[in-house]
Write a new protein. Sequence first.
Length: 258
Amino acid sequence: MKKFNDKHIKHILLMSLLLFSVFSLTACSTNDFSEKFYDNFIKEQRYRYILEGLGNTFIITILAGLIGVFLGFILAVIRVTHDKKGNLKLLNLIAKLYLTVIRGTPVMVQLMIIYYVIFASVNINKVLVAVIGFGLNSAAYVAEIIRSGITSIDVGQFEAGHSLGLKYSTVMVNIILPQALKNVLPALANEFITLLKETSISGYIGLSDLTRGGMIIRSITYEALFPLLLVAIIYLVLVVGLSSLVSKLERSLKKNER
């Protein structure tokens, strides 16, 4: 199997732009193309709906990702500590319940419950609601990623640390976690990419994200092809670019192991 490299990425982007042009030209005549493009993006500065939505998408993804990593790290440590020492029984029960509920229900339903139920009587910023919702959802998956990274470390390293008289917390912080985080960095990066795509449902709470920006233009012009294909291409460019960075990160980590 060939490796996914920069040349393949360029080909994908070029094909995407080509498909956009082909679909557009088959849907309308050459003269209509410029007119429809003008109506969808230039007229009344409608491109601002896309730019505003893209900005909100970036804000939600970054902040929710930070919340997910922070909370997921805490959940992972609680679960691993309970499994290895039998401590933190109540916290472990809460963590397991949290993971079961969050992983077992759609993120869209969670987002709507947070906005329409929990904050129903509060005048709260929709971006903040989305950050909380996606952050809590991401934390459940990040917790399992980090926990799998910790459990992948040879148990002999725990025993070696204890034999040297080190406390459990010292062994975990100074020996286990640095190795575990290094092992799971690519998986965490992929979770970030997934989170980026999941934010496309933010419109269900009336938030103007990238996808809703395209839908607003569609509702004004009654033309779905141009705005939705542009939204799809923007997502594609972002995901392919981030995937390329993840691939480089994986190659760098493999070189450091040699």
